[in-house]
Design a protein around this ligand. Structure first.
Ligand code: SF4
Length: 277
């Protein structure tokens, strides 16, 4: 079995940066999961005593709170600062950008449209920075239900597909005189998406590794599945099923932006083992 990694895969700049920050702040706690990868969060706890706290009230004066890659709502950040918690911000700069845009464009009187998933932590954070009207939409059809004023500013969740964002923007342009468009989609996502598409067209079986709640991993899996019907989304080598590789000669591998190399290597070793005659 030939096993090939996509040309671009795995940890992105923002995740590498956040992990480095967490490692430099031993005995701290992240507020919410630092990244979307349970195995890496466990490693940080085990090797650096960086705990995970989902509850803001668990932080006491003098504690160190590391802010996750996807950011947190503005009010929560203010609360942590007010309680004299030592706040270390590991929010990815590509996520800070749409937060700033929402704040600035709201202040200038624009209604804000965010293309993304309302329930995703990144979007909850970005949305909180708007001081005026703000709407989150997941499809062009949802725009019809909005009562927007003439001046609209639009941003996208960093992990969205550019084609989908274009359809949102086109729809807004049809009904509004002024639409300010900010391309907030992250390049790391493009690179991994292009590479998985290229590899999935050639592979007999595609394995996409990453957390089940990782938005960018789900996007990679959906792109892989479009080109290769034998595509599977796994979190670790333990999810691999021997029958996936029966009669296959070429296995492609990609991984989401929060997937560490040690998990990818363990998956490759297990596939090698499973595909032995
Ligand atoms: S995928 Fe992009 S936006 Fe998300 S953490 Fe990585 S670099 Fe930042």
């Amino acid at each position: 079995m030939l096993i090939q990694l996509a040309e671009s895969y795995g940890f992105c700049f923002g995740v590498k940066r956040a992990i480095k920050i967490a490692e430099e702040n031993k005995n701290s706690a992240t507020y919410g999961p630092l990244i979307h990868n349970a195995n890496e969060i466990e490693r940080l706890k085990r090797d650096f005593n960086v705990a995970l706290s989902e509850n803001l009230d668990n932080f006491k004066v003098g504690d160190t709170a590391v802010i996750r890659t996807h950011g947190i709502p503005k009010e929560e950040l203010a609360l942590l600062n007010k309680r004299n918690i030592n706040v270390i911000d590991a929010t990815c700069p590509y996520v800070t950008k749409p937060q700033q845009i929402c704040e600035e464009m709201s202040a200038q009187g624009y209604d804000i449209v965010i293309f993304g998933d309302d329930k995703h932590p990144e979007i909850k954070g970005v949305k909180s920075y708007a001081t005026g009207k703000v709407y989150v939409v997941n499809s062009p059809a949802e725009i019809d239900a909005l009562t927007l004023r003439e001046r609209v500013a639009v941003v996208a969740q960093t992990t969205r597909r550019i084609e989908d964002y274009q359809s949102i923007v086109s729809k807004l342009m049809m009904s509004h005189k002024e639409v300010r468009v900010f391309n907030t989609i992250c390049n790391a996502t493009f690179d991994n998406q292009d590479a998985v598409h290229k590899l999935a067209r050639e592979a007999d079986v595609m394995i996409v590794i990453g957390g089940k709640n990782s938005s960018n991993t789900k996007q990679l899996y959906s792109i892989a599945l479009d080109a290769c019907p034998h595509s599977y989304h796994i979190e670790s080598q333990e999810d691999l099923q021997p029958q996936w590789f029966e009669g296959k000669n070429f296995c492609g591998i990609s991984a989401g932006a929060s997937t560490p190399d040690w998990i990818i290597q363990a998956v490759i070793e297990r596939i090698n083992h499973l595909s032995q005659p």
